[in-house]
Design a protein around this ligand. Structure first.
Ligand SMILES: Cc1cc2nc3c(=O)[nH]c(=O)nc-3n(C[C@H](O)[C@H](O)[C@H](O)COP(=O)(O)OP(=O)(O)OC[C@H]3O[C@@H](n4cnc5c(N)ncnc54)[C@H](O)[C@@H]3O)c2cc1C
Length: 395
C-alpha cells in the first residue's frame, strides 16, 4: 500500500510536532507525522525544560527570545497549558569567564533580550542560601524559567491534529526512499511506502541512521547527559534556574521542591547508543554533583539523592542545530539540537515552516543560513564569538 503526503515528518518528538503545527498554522495541508513509538517518548521526555536566551550565537539567542512570548501565551496560542514556570534564569561565571559574560549580555541586549548583569547581593536575594562569592559575574533574565517538554510536544500535537495534521504512532520508518536523485518519501518497517513531496527528518539522535539510507551523512552524535535529583531536606522555595558556570552544572527547582542537577562540563564528552544505555547516573557523577552542591548550597538541611536518569543530547560538532535542506532534494533536516531544542522549539517550528513554504523567514535576527547543513564541510561552524571556558553547551 502506498500513502501520499505533501509534507512527511519523521519523528513525533517536540521538534517534529512543532514543525507539523507550524506548517498547518500557516495554512499548509496534507501533513503526516510518523512516530516509531509514542509521541514525545524519545529525548523530549528527558528534557530539563530550561528556558533562557543566554547564547553566544545571535541567531540562537534570537530564536530563544522569539519563543519566550510563545511560552508565556501558549494557552491562547495552542489552547493548552504547557507547565511553563517563569521563575527567571541566572547564569553565574567565575573570573575566567567574566569578559565573555559581559560580551554575550551586550549582544543579547542589542537583540532586545531582557537581560541584565546583577550583583552578588541581588543573586543572594533571588536564591537565599546560595553561595555567590565565587561568581565574578551574574546575568539575570526575568522572563526565563522552566517548562515541560513533554507537555509542550503534546500540546503541539493536539493543536496540529485540530488543524488536520495526521499523526501515526507505532509506525517505525525503515528507510528513506529515493528516486531520480531525490528523496520521495519513506518505507515503513512493515514494508508500506509513504510518498511525499517533502520529507522532514526530525528524529533526534536517530537521524543519522535514517539519513544514511539516502546516503546523506549527518554529523550528529548521541552525547550522554546524566541528571541527578536531590531532596535538600525541605522543599526548595521557588528560585530561578541557575547555570553555574563556576562549578559547570545547572540547577532547576522541580515542581515538588526537589532540585534537578545537570552537567555543563563538556570537556570530555561521552557518547551512547540511544537504543541501549543504562538509565541512571554513575557513582562518580553522583559524587561530583554532591561535592559541587556542598559548595554551592552549603546550608541544605538534610540532603539526599532521590533519583537519577540519563538522556542523550543530539550534538553536532559546533553544538548548534542543523535546520535546512539536505544535499539531496526532497529531504529537509531538523536535528542536532545539542541540548537547546526545548526553549527554541516554537521558533524551530516557525523557521522550518517559513523555509518550506516561502524559502525565507521573517523571524527577527535569525539568519537561517547559520543552521545550514553544509557549514561543517565548508569549515565554517556556527561558533560563539565569546565562548565560555569549559561549557560547550553554553556556546
Ligand atoms: C537530558 C536532556 C536535557 C535537556 N534539557 C534541555 C533544556 O533544559 N532546555 C532545552 O532547551 N533543551 C533541552 N534539551 C533538548 C531538548 O529537550 C531536545 O532538543 C528536544 O526535546 C528534542 O526533540 P526532537 O523532536 O528533536 O527529538 P526526540 O524527542 O528524540 O524525537 C525524535 C523522535 O523520532 C522518533 N524516531 C526515531 N527513529 C524513528 C523511525 N525510524 N521512525 C519513526 N520515528 C522515529 C523517536 O521515537 C522520537 O520520538 C535536553 C535534552 C536532553 C536529552
Amino acid at each position: 500500500m502506498t500513502d501520499t503526503a505533501e509534507f512527511l515528518i519523521i519523528g513525533g518528538g517536540l521538534e517534529g510536532l512543532a514543525i507539523a503545527w507550524s506548517l498547518a498554522e500557516r495554512g499548509a495541508t496534507d501533513i503526516l507525522v510518523l512516530e516509531r513509538a509514542t509521541l514525545c517518548s524519545g529525548m523530549t521526555g528527558k528534557s530539563s525544560g530550561v528556558v533562557r536566551c543566554h547564547y553566544g550565537a545571535p541567531s540562537l539567542a534570537a530564536m530563544s527570545w522569539w519563543s519566550v512570548p510563545f511560552f508565556e501565551n501558549a494557552a491562547d496560542i495552542l489552547g493548552d497549558d504547557l507547565g511553563f514556570t517563569q521563575c527567571g534564569y541566572a547564569v553565574g561565571v567565575g573570573a575566567d569567564n567574566l569578559e565573555p559574560l559581559k560580551a554575550n549580555v551586550a549582544m543579547q541586549q542589542a537583540l532586545g533580550i531582557e537581560v541584565d548583569l546583577i550583583g552578588q547581593d541581588d543573586m543572594a536575594r533571588l536564591w537565599p542560601g546560595l553561595r555567590v562569592d565565587d561568581f565574578a559575574g551574574i546575568a539575570y533574565e526575568p522572563r526565563g524559567g522552566r517548562g515541560e517538554a513533554y507537555l509542550t510536544g503534546m500540546a503541539f500535537a493536539t493543536a496540529a491534529r485540530r488543524l488536520g495534521v495526521q499523526v501515526r504512532q507505532q509506525t517505525p520508518v525503515a528507510e528513506l526512499l529515493t528516486a531520480a536523485g531525490r528523496v520521495i518519501g519513506a518505507r515503513l518497517a512493515d514494508g508500506a511506502e509513504v510518498h511525499a513531496a517533502t520529507t522532514v527528518l526530525a528524529a533526534g539522535p536517530w537521524t543519522p541512521a535514517l539519513a544514511a539510507t539516502a546516503a546523506v551523512p549527518v554529523e550528529v552524535k548521541a552525547q550522554r547527559a546524566q541528571l541527578i535529583l536531590i531532596d535538600q531536606g525541605e522543599p526548595m522555595p521557588q528560585v530561578p534556574v541557575l547555570s553555574d558556570l563556576a562549578s559547570l552544572q545547572y540547577l532547576c527547582r522541580e515542581p515538588n521542591g526537589e532540585l534537578l542537577v545537570g552537567n555543563s562540563d563538556h570537556a570530555v564528552p561521552e557518547y551512547l547508543d540511544p537504543d541501549d544505555f543504562v538509565n541512571r547516573a554513575d557513582a562518580a557523577t553522583v559524587e561530583k554533583v554532591i561535592g559541587r552542591l556542598d559548595h554551592r548550597l552549603p546550608h541544605m538541611p538534610d540532603p539526599r539523592v532521590t533519583g537519577s536518569y540519563v538522556g542523550a543530547y543530539d550534538v553536532t560538532p559546533d553544538y548548534n542545530p542543523i535546520i535546512g535542506p539536505a544535499p539531496v532534494p526532497g529531504l529537509f533536516l531538523a536535528t542536532g539540537f545539542s541540548g537547546h531544542g526545548f526553549k527554541i522549539s516554537p521558533a524551530v517550528g516557525g523557521l522550518v515552516a517559513d523555509l518550506l513554504l516561502h524559502g525565507r523567514t521573517d523571524l527577527p535576527n535569525v539568519d537561517a543560513a547559520d543552521f545550514r547543513y553544509e557549514r561543517f564541510a565548508q569549515g565554517r561552524p556556527l561558533l560563539s564569538p565569546h565562548p565560555y571556558a569549559g561549557a560547550g553547551e553554553m556556546r
